[in-house]
Design a protein around this ligand. Structure first.
Ligand SMILES: [Zn+2]
Length: 423
């Protein structure tokens, strides 16, 4: 495996050489060493990469198509009709475009939910990043044979994804309680438990979801997941906005990773605000996420950190409601152990995953407080270079093959939309 030397990076206020071998940081000092690849990081700040805890990577193909619509109208008219006939090739190029965008904005791990985990796994493997890929199940209106087919697809993709490197992890993604039958959800939870996988779902996103759940099951969505045993899994729950005190206590008790998607929530006007202080106080893990590009419309976690902080302050009428350091923890640290990542610290023995921030940019000067700059002043373009698994994925804003990825993703989107619109 090639070695990498990052020269003169700023780390803990000093210039250091960071030497990486076999995907790990093996030395942080002032020594000069020979390496297969050398990055001149003079004046660049070394920092842990960002973690995108909930997205649908391939939905970059839907970017800007069907904006400004209510959630269910958007899903039923502008997303699902196309996704029903999306090809493997389209999933693959959509994922590649997403990964390119995430690398360029300092993120090397994403927690995905989509139809063809095998196609996304191939994109992840080739681009050199890390991901947890949830194969989705949506079966509420399908026939018994279609439900069976979805279960078989998940079983097949579990085996396919296992063939890749340890940068790729498999998970099971029952979409939401309003799109998955009780039988389907129980099967997914059981599969996750039996195979040591994470369970990944959307939860309590809208008031309607909660009302419908009370009508159908006589309890809240969180209580329903508790009843069917899903909370006992290693669970990532995206959104978790409409919560009773009992719901918050349950999510805390089970240390559920709550993926907070402030931009998507505000864009789709889910009419509620993520209850950060309540969930944090109860013991749930808050992790930041972009959701898919269809409802964001980019995958820049720097933007997400700022908006998360502003939303909590504005909503709670309290400038201390979410600090810059807390926002950065949500994006770089809180969910790291859950996703088997090393997290915020850059140290000898840790995985060689890091980003280098260009502190010469006008908007990042003067430097009083780095966490403040990350959250309030920077955007993804402040990331100069990106390293994952000891490999340089972006060198001074250049990612290998980016022109081809953009061109192929554009072509994939054109083919996907014309297939349905032209029918
Ligand atoms: Zn989502």
């Amino acid at each position: 495996m090639p070695t990498l030397l990052i020269k003169n990076a700023l780390l803990d206020g000093e210039r250091r050489n960071i030497y990486c071998e076999h995907g790990r940081i093996v030395a942080i000092d002032r020594q000069q060493r020979d390496a297969d690849d050398v990055l001149d990081a003079d004046g660049l700040l070394a920092h842990a990469p960002l973690i995108n805890s909930h997205t649908h990577a391939s939905m970059t193909l839907f970017r800007g198509n069907g904006d400004d619509l209510p959630l269910m109208e958007w899903l039923t008219t502008r997303v699902w009709p196309y996704e029903r006939r999306i090809s493997r090739d389209e999933v693959y190029w959509g994922a590649k475009l997403a990964i390119l965008e995430m690398i360029r904005s300092g993120c090397v791990f994403f927690n995905d939910m989509y139809w063809d985990s095998h196609a996304v796994a191939q994109a992840v493997e080739e681009m050199g990043v890390r991901a947890m890929l949830s194969s989705v199940i949506i079966d509420i209106t399908t026939s018994e044979s279609e439900r069976r087919r979805q279960m078989e697809r998940i079983e097949r993709q579990f085996d396919e994804v296992r063939q890749y490197s340890d940068r790729v992890q498999f998970a099971v993604g029952p979409h939401a309680i309003y799109t998955v039958s009780e039988e389907g959800f129980c099967w997914a939870a059981e599969f996750a438990r039996a195979h040591g996988c994470v369970l990944h779902t959307h939860l309590s996103e809208t008031e309607k979801e909660v009302k419908d759940c009370y009508d159908e099951h006589g309890c809240s969505p969180v209580e329903y997941l508790d009843r069917i045993g899903a909370l006992a899994c290693d669970l990532v729950a995206a959104h978790t906005i409409w919560l009773s005190d009992r719901d918050v206590a349950l999510l805390g008790e089970h240390a559920v990773v709550c993926a907070h998607n402030p931009v998507s929530n505000m864009k789709l006007a889910v009419n509620g605000v993520y209850p950060y202080r309540r969930l944090d106080g109860a013991g749930a893990v808050t992790a930041l996420a972009t959701d898919g590009a269809g409802s964001n419309n980019n995958l820049d976690l720097f933007e997400e950190m700022k908006i998360a902080a502003l939303l909590q302050k504005f909503h709670n009428d309290d400038p201390t409601a979410l600090t810059a350091t807390e926002a950065l923890e949500m994006a770089a640290h809180n969910p790291a152990p859950f996703f088997n990542l090393d997290g915020r610290e850059i140290a000898v023995g840790r995985r060689a995953d890091l980003i280098l921030i260009d502190l010469s940019l006008p908007e990042l000067n003067p430097v009083h407080d780095i966490d403040s700059h990350f959250v309030y002043a920077a955007n993804g373009c402040a990331v100069d270079s990106v390293v994952c698994d000891g490999k340089l994925l972006m060198k001074h804003r250049q990612v290998e093959g980016e022109e081809e990825i953009v061109a192929k993703a554009n072509e994939a989107a054109r083919v996907m939309f014309s297939r349905v619109d032209g029918a």
